[in-house]
Write a protein of this length. Sequence first.
Length: 94
Amino acid sequence: MTIVTFKSISGDEYIGRLVENTAEENALGIIKVSKPHVIILQERGVALMPALIASKSTDIQFFLHSLSTPPMPVKPEFETPYMEQTSGLVLSPR
């Protein structure tokens, strides 16, 4: 699965694993993202917070009309911290 980032019309930027993208012309466009996190800017840098803290499901669907950008590939400096936070593994620097 590809790790992507996208911005919602509310201004929140998300990062997660793209599971499904149904952007067909006559369909209600939906993307399904596994373990989505919101990217938060703090004084000490960037932090990641789970998009839904109380949900039992790790896959969340977003309607394409609620996004201000399409899903896009993630920079390596965001991919590694995301993978470490969602997997529990510590990855060596590339």
